[in-house]
Design a protein around this ligand. Structure first.
Ligand SMILES: NC(=O)c1ccc[n+]([C@@H]2O[C@H](COP(=O)([O-])OP(=O)(O)OC[C@H]3O[C@@H](n4cnc5c(N)ncnc54)[C@H](O)[C@@H]3O)[C@@H](O)[C@H]2O)c1
Length: 364
């Protein structure tokens, strides 16, 4: 039987779609990109020319009216995600949403319910639960390599989207209401630590605006000044998972460089440390304290006989979504996990303003 080739439409033809979706759609899955959509028509046209995509559209509604496709990838600016996602899911199409998929828990619940009502699969990035190094670490923890894992420390920051990422689009929207360092960067750290320990029960947080005025340092808007004093750009988040487990997430747009490991997981018999870029599929370092064998020290775990899958690109979520459709299974990047991370992000302003611990309700 002839293999189905899944037809994909990408909505939002900016920096990320250009770097991680358009070039990898055909490499990651039995799929082809049939449409590029952007409210700035030149961007969609440019993507069509660059990647040989047959059709472009100015918005999601034109796409839904005129294009025959199976799966949409929403890679538009954060503030546009909810409207796009509701339109796609409501039209009965499978969807991968960039983060965060919605501004509130209630709106993400609405998306989840719409996906269920239309019997379509819905997947929410980031892709950390699919990471090779994280899955190796989870296996090591399950095997007892570091004893009882009780603390995760995650450093996930960069200097700001205007600082290092070359972009044709104006990065000002990253600092406007609905966006900001927490939902753009913090979401990664929060997804990582909840992938390790599961749903958190409570959080506390301090946050500051460190840099009230920024200047774009590359790309088409090089030199543009942006007032960035309304949303914090540095967050120190602590999470309580119950059962003696907790995590620290240090995140924002205020760290131009760092040599801190992105992630360390501590247990009563050792540590797992992630010091290399995760897209290179590294095996994390492990420190084991084994007094019964008279040894302690850093070591490199053995290669797995049956290892987790390695990552090729951030478009790996497409393969995962297609497998979920074909096997009628839940995608690895579940919207319920995204909703829990969103609840944390939505409650952080309350924790910051009150200086108190705030409890969490959602699970996944
Ligand atoms: N996972 C990661 O590591 C990572 C990294 C960077 C960006 N992102 C995410 O990717 C998404 C896009 O970010 P980017 O860096 O590409 O930004 P960008 O500004 O370069 O691109 C966004 C594009 O979306 C378009 N757009 C805005 N509203 C739209 C709408 N209603 N319909 C169609 N197009 C619309 C804009 O015109 C622009 O071309 C964001 O959600 C961002 O958080 C993820």
């Amino acid at each position: 039987m002839k293999k189905k080739i899944w037809k994909v439409a990408v909505i939002g033809c900016g920096f990320f779609a250009d770097a991680q979706y358009f070039p990898y759609i055909e490499k990651e899955a039995d799929a082809v990109c049939v449409a590029a959509v952007d409210i700035v028509p030149e961007r969609a046209r440019h993507a069509c020319e660059k990647y040989g995509i047959p059709d472009c559209y100015e918005n999601v509604y034109e796409l839904l009216d005129q294009c025959d496709f199976d799966i949409a990838i929403d890679s538009a600016s954060i503030q546009a995600h909810h409207e796009i996602n509701m339109a796609v899911l409501g039209a009965g199409k499978h969807l991968i949403s960039q983060k965060p998929a919605a501004p509130t828990v209630e709106q993400l619940t609405e998306q989840i319910e719409t996906a269920k009502a239309h019997n379509v699969k819905f997947s929410c990035v980031p892709i950390h639960p699919m990471r090779y190094d994280l899955n190796i670490a989870k296996q090591m923890m399950a095997d007892g390599a570091i004893g009882n894992p009780y603390y995760a420390k995650c450093n996930l920051s960069h200097g700001g989207p205007e600082y290092f990422q070359y972009r044709d689009a104006d990065p000002s929207w990253f600092f406007e209401p609905g966006a900001g360092a927490l939902v753009d960067m913090g979401v990664h750290g929060l997804q990582i630590v909840t992938s390790i320990f599961g749903p958190a029960k409570a959080l506390s947080c301090m946050a500051k605006v460190t840099t009230p005025l920024r200047e774009v340092r590359s790309g088409a808007f090089d030199g543009k000044k942006i007032t960035t004093d309304s949303i914090p750009d540095q967050y120190v988040i602590t999470l309580d998972f119950g059962d003696g487990k907790m995590a620290l997430v240090d995140t924002g747009f205020s760290q131009k460089a760092s040599r801190a490991p992105q992630l360390e997981i501590f247990g009563d018999s050792g540590t797992i440390s992630f010091t290399r870029p995760y897209m290179e599929n590294p095996i994390p370092d492990v420190y084991i304290d084994a007094p019964e064998r008279g040894v302690r020290g850093w070591m490199r775990p053995m290669e797995w006989v049956d290892p987790p899958r390695k990552l090729l690109s951030q478009c790996c979520c497409l393969r995962d979504l297609i497998e979920a459709v074909e096997n009628d299974a839940q995608p690895t990047l579940s919207p319920e996990h995204a909703r829990h991370v969103l609840e944390i992000m939505c409650k952080i302003p309350t924790a910051v303003e009150s200086g108190k611990t705030v409890t969490l309700e959602t699970v996944f």
